[in-house]
Design a protein around this ligand. Sequence first.
Ligand code: GAP
Length: 457
Amino acid sequence: MAKQDLTETVIRLAQHRGFVFPGSEIYGGLRNSWDYGPLGVLLKNNLRDAWWQHYVTSRDDMVGLDAAILMNPKVWEASGHVDSFNDPLVEDIVTHKRYRADHLIEEVTGKSADGLSLEEMAALIKEKKITSPDGHELTEPRVFNLLFETFLGAVEGQKETIYLRGELAQSMFVDFKRVMETTRLKIPFGIAQIGKVFRNEISPGNFTFRTLEFDLMEFEYFVKEADWEKHFDYWLEDMQTWVIEEIGLTKEKLRVREHGPDELSHYSKKTVDLEYDTPSGFKELFGLAYRPHDLENHAAKSGADLQVTDPETKQSYFPQVIEPTFGLTRLMLMVLFEAYHVEEVKGEPRVVMRFKPRLAPYQVAVLPLSRQEELLGVAAPLAAQLRQSWSCDYDVTQSIGKRYRRQDEIGTPYCLTVDFDSLDDKQVTIRERDSMKQERIPLANVEEILAEKLARS
Ligand code: GAP
């Protein structure tokens, strides 16, 4: 399938099957905002839980945090986001619509515009005669701050400007001392968080790839300055292993790209992106940054003591940070691309979403062959029993063939069919999504067999 067709096909499937819906659709939507539907929320939560399990609960050097979205605005001043969290913008001189200058340049030149100065972008726009998507002349690029502003206070004229958080990291820095005191962790250790962040992106787009609000999973790993490279390399390796082995992205579709000096965020001394080969080329999936000065900055601006004491030398120092950051909603989009397969079965196309079984929205579906009472009397209690351990769908509509196709298309790894023989032999048919192999298994052992198959996959 052509790459662009894959994007459209996956978007269609995601909307049609209830993974993702346009946000505020009945009012005409809102600039590329999306709602996660019944299947999307299951898939997204499974990805989130896999991350939390790998990076937090299975480790003894990591703890979690769930901090407030609204913070004292001084946090964002101290972090540098108020001054430096910017994108370069150009405006169509006729329609006054604004666009990301770097994106328009990349579309025309086919090369990354990351790290180009405003002057260099202006020169390229002139040289390549780049126009707006409507074909009009553009203004010179200007910087635009990505922080979303909102207001605190109900009294007009006395409202204070505050910001919706643009990244999770700041609350991990601000709460650093509290976490150390309450957990008695020693350097090196990490604080992890999952939650919504907000960015006033001027050109959101590509479905859920770039949105105004998105879920982030990130942790700050606090280290001694002398050790930062060792930890950086360790986490880079781990991020790749996790996304390949536990999430199921193909190794060959991933690559690591280091930021050039002009491209680095204002807080970072070294950043690499883990990129994925999407239908529109390699795009940033996750980031890994070395942030040496965050605690030091917050200590200076707030007056708080954010230093720790080295147990050997008894000297005080500011821990530095290695920050692996994972866009959850972006990851889910890549997982949808990766999972999509179409094959021919008996002259008909069969669409299969090959999710890792434990990440699929449903691990199992129970399908009584017909709506007859005797079959429902076996199938409904079986579904109720399985729901205690897994996410289980129960479907009595349409022919069994159509129901199998629907389950394939939403990625359910196992279907259990209750038929008339089940009433006598107390067995059901288990059908495996990828191979379509079917076998009869005893009703009494369904849970045990399923657990064994899911543990292996
Ligand atoms: N604390 C570091 C940080 O936030 P970032 O590179 O700005 O780093 C982290 O963002 C990740 O968030 C990216 O690697 C990407 O997966 C995701 N991301 C960034 N902007 C996004 C957007 N507008 N929509 C969806 N996901 C986004």
